[in-house]
Design a binder for this molecule. Sequence first.
Ligand SMILES: *Cc1c(COP(=O)(O)O)cnc(C)c1O
Length: 462
Amino acid sequence: MRYISTRGQAPALNFEEVVLTGLASDGGLYVPETVPQLSAETLAGMAGLSYAEIAFQVMQPFVGGEIDDETFRGLVHDAYATFSHDAVVPLNQLDANHFLLELFHGPTLAFKDVALQLLGRILDHFLAKRGERAVIMGATSGDTGSAAIEGCRHCDHLDIFILHPHNRVSEVQRRQMTTVLADNVFNIAIEGNFDDAQAMVKASFADQAFLNGTRLVAVNSINWARIMAQIVYYVASAVALGAPHREVSFCVPSANFGNLFAGYMASQMGLPVKQFIIATNANDILHRTLADNDFSKRELAATLAPSMDIVVSSNFERLLFDAYERDGTAVRELLERFQREPAALAEAPLARLREKFSSFSVDDDTILEVIREAHQRTKELLDPHTATGYRAVERVRADRATPMITLATAHPAKFAEAVVKAGFTGAPLPPHMDDLLAREERYSVLPAELAAVQRFVADNRR
Ligand SMILES: *Cc1c(COP(=O)(O)O)cnc(C)c1O
């Protein structure tokens, strides 16, 4: 399998290279050159298989034989054995034809575990084969950092350094990172804000001399393997509800669009999907683009659904590449204009997107209202991210005859602030985590200075 850049100028790479590379050298994102197809027969044959086996079958063509089948099966099996629910991602029926796909049964209680449990294992496999070690650096305001740490804690060839703003992440989120005491895990609390942490990580990727030749790897959602792993739950949930004989629709609480792009890939592979709904919080660039063709940056709003607080939706570029019929030059020009000034899509690409995608934006007051209403109606306690999806389904669902699957991206216990604001006493952590607040923590506090951070990373990597 070959991967090409959305901006048309970087060299094509194979799977191993694309997983180790992250961003393309022309500033674009890698996508598969051709999309493997799932025939109706193959989909029908998935009925009743385990999640891990469906995962193997869906992802195997993307790996393109670069990991032998038996080894890859083992990596996939181990990744999903870490989930606390036997179904890995169970479907929970809310009413006659609306389902929640619970993606929060992994080690850190959010959907990012689905991809990062596998990505850590794939990286470790390739590094072992090459006899190399690598360093992961990332900045987090919450979900990504803890999921990346959990995904890498057992990796012999990786050291992971995650920066978070000191005293500015919730206690649950901090402890999910800092109570992992593995030798290759380093939590750095930066005396600054999230942007300071992010800027230092970016600068470190731009100039890696401080690592003396050791590879620096990105595990954010531009990494193709994360998209690949997320395709699986779209396929598995649709098959559980009758695909390929019956169409389904999906609603996805979205920010960087990595989650929903995976759903789009599933449909490109042949999964019959009627409608995709993009739900956003007040950071609504995706909704403004779809609804008003307003493709422009706005100031960041801090919302009750903080894992969806973004200004730019990085993976949307992958969808634009297809909407522009894979014209890398057109995508590059559009993205360059967008960086400078408010931009708009051309008519034909926008029309193509509107055929499959609807969108809706949900503000904080509405999130609280939805958490209360949904609980009254269904007895389910939604987390604030999932709440945006619930409201979007009520507002823009195309029809009631097609099963609607809303992706539940986090467990409510992870975002207790919103749950309490909505009038509940709180949401208990699941049993395997109920001692989180008593576990030993380990982290280093560093000033917001690039040199200090880079020295720490260089000195502590193994
Ligand atoms: C990351 C995250 C999202 C947004 O996912 P994208 O892939 O960035 O669109 C939504 N909800 C939760 C809980 C998340 O952690």
